[in-house]
Design a protein around this ligand. Structure first.
Ligand SMILES: [Zn+2]
Ligand SMILES: [Zn+2]
Length: 528
């Protein structure tokens, strides 16, 4: 039985279901289920839980194996960007003795992105994202994977051999799916050359970071420095094709790669040599017993630019409502909304704890409605903890004002004078005002006592004066009204007008003696 892994570079598809892992790991690798209803990951065939796989349908068990495989890589590597593996099970070629198990690879490769360690060098998307610290292609999953569903569904496929769906490696005579998925995800994370081994040509004439670490030992040359012909020759230079990145070298010295003397596309170059003892996960042929550990491939990942898991990352929490500085009247319902996430633990929004420094605990969850009765300035905090006791808190300040049921009294003594620099308006407050609005208008040129051109020019809180800093020239009258949550008082206007000369942004001006029995062109009923 000859079973090969295939790599592929381009694989695009449609996101159907997005599954988020909730357990602890450092890079969050999620499986995007690309299968249709009733097939692949959605196959409803009843299945008995096996080997630690708790799924009760064939589809659920397949998905659980993928999630398990994703977590294994996630525990080794570090990335602040979620890694998406778009995966599906489809019937692939298979006969009684040979089958394609599955194929997987990076969906896109990137070069010359921000923080790229080497210029003009391809990096697979998941690695490029991790290095850049952001998703360079957010609409496209980072890895694509297609696995052969016929192995489960067709007894003539591999003479009745099926996928083993347990997680314990106790596969008997079946093919350990976890081993294969971990292997394939390894390719998608960067254990792959993008050089065409048949021609030695680089992918769009640029070397990839994996191939840049390949050496032909007999030539003492690395692949980035070779001609196409030299690379092709090296790809079939059995025993002399080595991976020489510093971490791999420190572990085993120059590591031999799979380089049979005629190119096996999809296998040559992008695997370890079969000479390793014990066997390595990233050898080209599946071995027994199954391997669920990256082994030396972890050192290789460090050599191409991945960072190792650095321990616990702290969660992040963000309050979207209320907004800092919001004011509410006592007794009103306030929406509390926040989101929280954690690299290791995923979405933590449901475990956010809310507090007010004045009234204590407000409850838990990502969305609450709380009625505030305690007047004063509340510091509202949203706190979340991750599985490793890391925590984060976000805060906003809100003010709860006394409830009022009557509109405020009109201000009195509204006075407008020309100050040193600006017209100054002042008044006397009465009671229960939350704010004051200021209106400005001008005497009608022909109709004595009528005011025109009015406009509201400002609102103030907690003070009883206002400077008209617009710099506008003219003859102005100013009016003030008081506001609270119940409504607004009438406008009360100054009995004098202020003259602002056209050049008087800096002082001067006169106080005009308007006075008299104006036809009250109140701003709130502007007619005479
Ligand atoms: Zn492989
Ligand atoms: Zn070497």
């Amino acid at each position: 039985m000859c079973i090969r892994y295939f790599k592929q570079i381009t694989l695009l598809g449609i996101l159907l279901v997005f599954l988020s892992l909730m357990t602890a790991f450092a890079a969050n690798i999620v499986i995007v289920n690309a299968d249709g209803a009733g097939e692949g990951f959605n196959d409803p065939t009843i299945a008995t839980p096996i080997g630690g796989n708790t799924g009760t349908t064939l589809g659920a068990q397949r998905l659980e194996v993928f999630r398990y495989a994703a977590q294994i890589w996630g525990a080794y590597l570090d990335s602040e960007v979620v890694i998406e593996v778009e995966a599906q099970f489809d019937p692939l070629s298979c006969n009684s003795s040979s089958a394609v198990l599955g194929s997987a690879g990076a969906t896109t490769v990137h070069r010359n992105f921000i923080n790229a360690p080497l210029s003009d060098t391809w990096y697979p998307q998941a690695l490029a994202n991790a290095l850049a610290g952001s998703d360079l292609q957010p609409t496209v999953p980072d890895l694509g994977a297609t696995f052969n569903s016929s192995i489960d569904n067709n007894n003539t496929c591999l003479l009745g051999t099926s996928w083993y769906l347990g997680l314990d490696g106790d596969n008997g005579g079946d093919i350990d799916l976890a081993d294969v998925v971990i292997h394939e995800i390894g390719h998608g994370l960067g254990f792959a050359s993008y050089v065409d081994e048949l021609t030695g040509k680089r992918f769009f004439s640029m070397i990839d970071i994996y191939s840049a670490n390949l050496e032909d030992h007999s030539e003492s040359l690395t692949w980035d420095l070779m001609t196409d012909a030299q690379r092709h020759t090296s790809a079939i230079d059995t025993g002399d094709l080595h991976f020489i990145g510093g971490n791999v070298d420190a572990a085993v010295g120059h590591a031999p790669m799979y380089a049979p003397n005629s190119v096996e596309q999809g296998s040559s170059v992008s695997h370890w040599s079969t000479s390793f003892t014990p066997n390595q996960l990233m050898e080209p042929f599946i071995t027994n017993p199954p391997i669920h550990d990256p082994g030396l491939a972890f050192e290789l990942m460090l050599d191409i630019g991945w960072l190792a898991d650095i321990g616990n990352n702290l969660p992040a929490v963000n309050i979207s409502s209320p907004i800092n500085g919001d004011t509410f009247v006592a007794g009103s319902a306030v929406n509390l909304n926040a989101s929280a996430s954690d690299i290791e633990d995923g979405n933590l929004s449901d475990s956010i704890n809310w507090n007010s420094n004045l009234v204590g605990s407000l409850g838990a969850g990502n969305s609450l409605v709380v009625v505030f009765n305690t007047v004063g300035e509340h510091t509202i905090s949203a706190n979340v903890s991750d599985a490793d006791s890391g925590s984060a808190t976000a805060e906003v300040l809100i003010e709860i004002t006394p409830a009022v049921s009557v509109i405020p009294n009109e201000p009195t003594d509204v006075t407008a004078i020309m100050g040193e620099t600006w017209p100054q308006v002042s008044w006397t407050s009465k009671s229960q005002e939350a704010s004051f609005s200021i209106w400005r208008d001008s005497p009608h040129k022909k109709r004595a006592g009528m005011f025109v051109g009015g406009t509201e020019i400002g609102t103030v809180e907690a003070v009883t004066s206002f400077n008209d800093i617009t710099g506008d020239a003219g003859t102005f009258r100013y009016c003030v009204r008081a506001n609270n949550s119940a409504g607004s008082s009438d406008w009360i206007c100054s009995t004098t007008t202020v003259v602002v000369a056209s050049d008087s942004t800096g002082g001067g001006g006169n106080t005009g003696g308007g006075g008299g029995n104006f036809c009250e062109a109140h701003p709130n009923h502007k007619r005479c």
